[in-house]
Write a protein that binds this ligand. Sequence first.
Ligand SMILES: [Fe+2]
Ligand SMILES: [Fe+2]
Length: 471
Amino acid sequence: MTAVDLDARIPNNVGLADDPKVRRALEHWQPRYLEWWHDMGPTDFEEHEVYLRTAIDVGAKGWANFGHVKMPDYRWGIFLTPPSDGETVGFGDEAGTRAWQSVPGEHRGALRRIITTQADTEPASVEQQRLLGHMAPSLYDLRNLFQVNVEEGRHLWAMVYLLHKYFGSDGRDEADELLMRRSGDQDKPRILGTFNKPCDHWLSFFAFTMFTDRDGKYQLAALRESGFSPLAHSCEFMLTEEAFHLFVGETGMERIIVRAAELEREDPNGDVRAAGGIDFDTIQRAINYWFSTCLDLFGGEISSNAADYFAAGLKGRFREQQRYEDHRALDSMYRMEAVQGDRVSAMEVPLRNAMNEVLRDDYIQDCQRAVDRWNSRLEAMGNERRLALPSRRFHRHQGLHAPFSFDPQGNLISAAELERMRDQWLLSEADNDYLREIMQPVTEPGKVAHWIAPPSKGIGGQDRSFEYVRR
Ligand SMILES: [Fe+2]
Ligand SMILES: [Fe+2]
């Protein structure tokens, strides 16, 4: 394995010093990346010193170095977990053959598309979150937002390295395009739907890091299984960082829920909004909105692309090696429910064609675990309210269920009925207005906004009253 080079213009453990062609290409891309960060990142906070974690290695000690840094000075580096000897393709038609250290010609187009699509989500989320600093509920949360932002930037670097290193001039073009698309732009939108949606208050931010970053976790986990070794090892290290983003989302939602229960108890009429908080119906609508939007990211329920990616050894299942014995998945069927005729009924699909749905199952289970945790907090507080994930059919815009309308329980309803109930089931403009209105920034160390409970502890070895962001 190549040693870590921290003094290079681009810190890395991939031997850039000995790879002049790729190094020059990346050094050429670097100023344009910084320009993009300056235009589309959290620009208004560039002068602030933020207590950030910077990765300087992939080992246990290297990846979590804390210190106050100005974000534009953050050292975005390229780090891959080291490959092990004798790696093999873990699944599909070529299971057991040697893993690829370069891109096989026949998979070039597919791999380029997979990597570009993953890469595009990283800058997109930074763009979506760029103004949230102005309404942060505490310095702790502000710091966490910026930590997520700089790490999404680093994930972009990880993917851009692969494009430059393995895809020649096509890869360079893709890398340039990644800095030209803009979240929500009419003419040059980001590739995937969710990444063009506004995320303009902190209920959406926490729901986004809970549900959308979790989609990222499952996509990266499926790519970590890839027969293309450099992709597998990039994803592995990205997952280490991603775990923190999920922590931000899950605990952020939990703190809002706990606060709602407190305010409901304190208000004479049990009216959380009257008490200046975020009520359970609004929280439920945020869950419905972001969860359903994120389910679309997994792609169609029945997909020949997914079957091809699996057959080719490009994209596997979640923990393919640990959880499955049959890595070919050729002879099994998958049972799913969909509208047939005028009702929902079960159907069987060859397993390989259902690989998107298999990954979606694991994702839903993980989301359910978090919701159960929130509900057990409510139970412990003596609150009767329970939150729930909507049915996977509800409010879908991709795949089998998209042409039909369902209620949150998954019952088939008319489009008119869905339209009539929309504002009760999904985050509405009125909700968004209210949420932005109550979200005034809190910048005093240790203080937390009224609508959210304080975190259970501080971060990076500091306590909750630490000055995580300073001017
Ligand atoms: Fe990411
Ligand atoms: Fe993330």
